[in-house]
Design a protein around this ligand. Structure first.
Ligand code: 5AD
Ligand code: SF4
Length: 487
């Protein structure tokens, strides 16, 4: 499959579609006697969040403002940015779509668009064509750079427009207007797609082949973000260690370059594949103070047999050695993981090996999943699918164990005073704030009034502070602010 870089011509088309849509929406708004709004509903992972920041940026350039209401708010333009990793995401989309039928009848000019990974699954597109004729536009994540052109064409034609690319495109972030959701955090995709084809996973089909952004472009973007005052960058990719930039540049080069910007209090990244995490990356985590002391390394299973059937090319011994190397080099660092239970053919013995591996790795947090067959993946056709009652039982036993280690990890922080990057208010009612330690532990904390700190809206987001931790919970810790940095 071809990988196509966007050209100047694409950019000209993009700009001209945006201006045309600006005029269209402005005159429609004038007729209605009000400004028009948009609502981008985001499902799934941070790459989708990043795509949604671009969709919002493009809609804002078209003269629309974000709608104020909740999830299903009847904005003038509604875009579903879907996810296909788990089954309930599908149900959620089709459940919500039904509700728009009546709304669309009432507001004839309303536009409903659906993009994201679900649209790369032909069954989903066929279902929309058949049962949801009031959806105006169906597009895929590979051609976000064509969104304004497609939106314009669907408005012009007044018919449902379905446009799913068969090529994999790559557009630099500089192509897009980006409306960053968090004032202090910038999501920076460094690569797109995945070549690993784990047998359970839909991502390689949904996001296409691996393609890396230009190293120079990424550094240019980081420098711009630093000068704009962003405090945290999150480098994103399905498998960041496979990054291949110009002149042999690797992910380690990007991580090092990002950490050179002293303006960034935190440099984070997601996700690494255990097969190719380099010692160099672990060394950078260990030695650069603003690189998060946290590694998310998906184990998926503790059984070599199941790993093989999943097409995960490592043994559990190798995985545990990497985990051990991280633990020994990054003192106090946190290691988190993803684990699937109930993969086809998983026996009780295999499952016990997973529990055993969890006992060895002692993950600071784990995202646990019940295997769900994704149509089109190899594993969906495997024999020996595991009955749901067994999956439920194993899932319960696994989460009990992973929660215990997570709580122990949180308990180790109690009594310590730790640096926290403030993310915002967590519970407005009692003025509890939340943030993260450099080890990615979630901290909820209060601010004693006698410190006289200005806690006005957004004043504290992105600031560093010291928090004394006094209580551990399963997924977070509680504390009290001791001092605000940079006062
Ligand atoms: N079933 C269950 N979990 C899955 N994941 C990906 N595909 C599936 C599936 N078909 C999980 C993996 C991956 C995480 C993002 O989602 O653990 O690491
Ligand atoms: Fe899916 Fe495996 Fe690629 Fe991760 S590495 S996105 S689990 S195929």
């Amino acid at each position: 499959m071809a990988i196509i870089k966007t050209t100047d011509n694409d950019k000209r088309e993009f700009d001209s579609a945006i201006s045309e849509l600006y005029e269209y929406f402005t005159s429609l708004g004038a007729r209605k006697g009000r400004g028009l709004t948009y609502n981008v509903l985001t499902y799934g992972c941070q790459l989708n969040e990043s795509d949604s920041e671009k969709l919002s940026g493009m809609l804002a350039e078209m003269g629309l403002t974000p709608s104020e209401g909740g999830e299903l708010d009847a904005a003038d333009v509604i875009i579903f940015n879907t996810c296909s990793i788990r089954e309930n995401a599908d149900r959620h989309l089709f459940g919500n779509l039904g509700a728009f039928k009546a709304l669309k009848k009432e507001h004839r000019d309303m536009i409903i668009g659906i993009g994201g990974c679900m649209m790369k699954v032909p069954e989903n597109v066929a279902r929309i064509k058949k049962s949801y004729p009031y959806v105006d536009l169906v597009f895929d994540p590979q051609q976000l750079h064509r969104f304004p052109v497609l939106l314009r064409d669907s408005i012009r034609s007044k018919k449902q427009l379905v446009n799913i690319a068969s090529e994999d495109y790559i557009a630099e972030d500089s192509f897009f207007p980006i409306d960053r959701k968090r004032k202090f955090r910038a999501l920076v995709p460094i690569m797109y797609g995945c070549n690993n084809f784990c047998t359970y996973c839909i991502v390689p089909y949904a996001r296409g082949r691996e393609r890396s952004r230009s190293f120079d472009e990424i550094v240019r973007e980081l420098s711009e973000l630093a000068s704009k005052g962003y405090k945290e960058v999150m480098l994103l990719g399905q498998n960041v260690n496979s990054y291949k930039g110009e002149d042999g540049k690797t992910f380690a080069d990007i991580l090092r370059a990002a950490s050179e910007f002293k303006e960034f209090s935190r440099v984070r990244f997601m996700s690494s594949h255990p097969k190719d995490l380099s010692d160099e990356v672990i060394d950078i985590i260990a030695t650069r103070p603003n690189v998060e002391k946290h590694l998310h390394l998906a184990m998926q299973s503790g059984s070599d047999k199941v790993l093989k059937a999943m097409n995960r090319p490592y043994t559990i011994e190798k995985f545990l050695n990497t985990a051990e190397s991280f633990r020994s080099k990054v003192e106090g660092g946190s290691l988190t993981t993803d684990i699937i239970v109930g993969f086809p053919g998983e026996t009780e013995e295999d499952f016990l090996e997973t529990l055993d591996a969890v006992n060895k790795a002692k993950f600071d947090a784990a995202f646990t999943f019940q295997y769900s067959a994704r149509p089109g993946t190899k594993a969906a056709a495997f024999e020996d699918q595991i009955p749901q009652d067994i999956v439920t039982d194993r899932f319960g036993r696994l989460t009990e164990l992973t929660n215990r280690y997570a709580e122990e990890s949180n308990a180790r922080l109690v009594g310590k005073t730790m640096e926290v990057l403030i993310e915002g208010i967590s519970k407005a009612g009692d003025m509890t704030f939340s943030g993260r330690t450099v080890t990615n532990h979630l901290v909820n904390f209060t601010i004693p009034e006698e410190l006289g700190i200005d806690i006005g809206p957004d004043h504290l987001e992105g600031r560093l502070c010291e928090v004394r931790i006094d209580r551990a919970r399963p997924y977070s810790v509680d504390g009290v602010l001791v001092s605000l940095k940079g006062e």
